[in-house]
Design a protein around this ligand. Sequence first.
Ligand code: UD1
Length: 377
Amino acid sequence: MATEGHPYKTMLKVINVVGARPNFMKVAPIVAAMKKRPEKFLPLVVHTGQHYDSAMSDSFFRDLELPEPDTHLGVGSGSHAVQTAAVMERFEPVVLREKPDWVLVVGDVNSTIACALVCVKLGVKVAHVEAGLRSRDRSMPEEINRLLTDQIADLLFTPSHDADENLLAEGIPRERIRLVGNVMIDSLQKSLNVARALPTREQLGLSGVDYALLTLHRPSNVDLRESFERILDALEVIAARLPIVFPVHPRTKKTIAELGLSARVASIKDLRTVQPLGYLDFLNLSSSARLVLTDSGGIQEETTALGIPCLTLRENTERPITVEMGTNVVVGTDTTKIITAASTALNGSAKRTLRQPPLWDGQTSERILDALEEYSV
Ligand code: UD1
């Protein structure tokens, strides 16, 4: 790591942690903003390696112009305990060596809690970006990661008012909470024109065609045959109306094979499976989709920002603001409910009236930096 000769006492050395796919678009604008304030910030990027496939990791560095990691921990896949423990074991020496002023963690993946826990034990200040979101479903691994990270972080950057309310209700002092808006929207706004100009739709034979876009990777949907089959039954009906593009997450690819569902997936005409897409290609497709079906958290937010109808194939959401103000409908995994909600969305106008949650304005990373400076004096 090129971090020697750190000349200014006032400069803040910040380790920015990335681990899994949904982290990259949150950290990229923050690191870019830090590089624009070189007299104040010395940003380092540590990649835990939780995601390691080129399609799940490298392509995001390129698309988001995220600098190569200063350190790669190379932890890879494993059970939750193994993965979390491996991140902790490998991250601790990096923190001891670098002595950062802050460590910044984002989101709710295993790398987030693992790195936050290392820091709190070492007495190094941690800031959590995307704090306070709650699904109130403790069977979701991410919910545990969110709850615990927020309890131990020093500074909590929230995307929306509901997150502030959740944190206050959990007894977190108000002075640790900063409502800064949604940092993913910084990336989205920066990349939208570039993404729209790509030939992604043409290459998939979708130019001028109405299509739906689908992502599925939650263990509760794809690891269980019954829920996966209920969703597939609905997709069969929807795909009879318009093609559905389905970039398949590695976990989902694995479980389709393990559950013996490959033939069933292949039999659904116009359910078009493709490799996981990079950030810009996915944005190209999502920004012009007639409908998005997903169990992802971030995609509920991106479709809200884009004004694209979104059906969330889960029983709950930790992002209620996307339902309150945006285009998201939480439909669950009941076949009939999915089909009915898809019909309603497809029969409505292609785009709903755009209402944006406050501070989802592309300036969130700047507000995060302002707050880090303020809390460091
Ligand atoms: C993780 C996050 C989840 C996030 C998702 C986005 C946790 C608990 N889960 O889930 O919150 O929404 O990332 O993608 O942190 N695999 C590969 N290549 C990779 C990464 C994973 O093949 O680059 C396969 C492995 O078989 C692995 C499985 O996918 O066992 C699951 O990966 P893992 O990181 O454990 O969880 P995700 O389901 O990706």
